[in-house]
Design a protein around this ligand. Structure first.
Ligand code: FE2
Length: 244
């Protein structure tokens, strides 16, 4: 009989304005498996803005094999996108860094100070989905020694890592970034469960879209209806805002 308390319009409206910054996305045109042309970039960016995002940090893949992006390829794609945003009078702040793949070339790139960073020297990297590389902790330590602040992308998606291992990585000074849409079940039950466990254990440092295409954009909007995302947006010490 108290069902009127549950009416949707009695809930606090929620969007991504409280975190403002999305720091993991593939919205630069034509340089990885995200937006393939500038029209697709704009479509994704408009969807993100409609959900309350104020600033977007694009993070194209940097890999030895598939996407051999460099500061030049990334800078060029960013310039093309900025020109089009300006032409269409779309007012959004956009920067670029990278999502570095932890392959056999990664440690060398760390040692040569070649990582593309965001904010106060934050460096986003991802692991293989198959197995944990042997030297992860060593490389994280090295990154810290060199002044980088490592952020592991979507830890909830590596099925070989359990919550204790994630806590351990974080204790070594590696921040953890979950994909917002993991909390909708977009990547399956296991990733959803792990993302929820990470929220419950208070080990989520950043939350971002990992936006590649319009299916991600739809899930990103839908994620606003999930209690865990609402919790992260309303009462949780996320660091996204540090990148403003
Ligand atoms: Fe990504």
């Amino acid at each position: 009989m108290f069902s009127f308390f549950k009416k949707k319009d009695t809930l606090t409206p929620v969007n991504y304005e409280s975190i403002a910054v999305d720091m993991h996305s593939h919205v630069l045109p034509g340089i990885d498996d995200g937006a393939q042309d500038v029209g697709q970039s704009i479509d994704l960016i408009i969807r993100m803005m409609e959900s309350g995002i104020k600033k977007i940090i694009a993070t194209p893949h940097v890999m030895a094999d598939y996407y051999r992006n460099t500061p030049e390829t990334i800078g060029n794609a960013l310039a093309i996108l900025k020109t089009e945003l300006k032409r269409q009078l779309i007012d959004v702040e956009i920067e670029a860094a990278a999502e570095h793949y932890f392959d056999e070339t990664f440690e060398a790139r760390v040692n040569e100070h070649k990582l593309l960073t965001m904010g106060d020297n934050y460096a986003l990297f991802e692991l293989s989905f198959i197995s944990l590389p042997m030297n992860v902790i060593g490389v994280i330590q090295r990154m810290r020694e060199l002044g980088y602040k490592p952020i592991l992308a979507h830890p909830e998606r590596y099925s070989y890592l359990d919550i204790e291992q994630l806590k351990n990585l974080r204790d070594w000074g590696c921040d953890l970034q979950i994909n917002t849409i993991s909390l909708t079940g977009y990547y399956g039950k296991d990733a959803k469960k792990m993302a929820e466990a990470m929220v419950d254990n208070e080990i989520v440092d950043f939350m971002s879209s990992d936006m590649h295409h319009l299916r991600h954009a739809s899930a990103f909007r839908k994620a606003l209806d999930t209690p865990y995302v609402q919790r992260l947006l309303q009462d949780y010490p996320l660091k996204n805002i540090l990148l403003k």
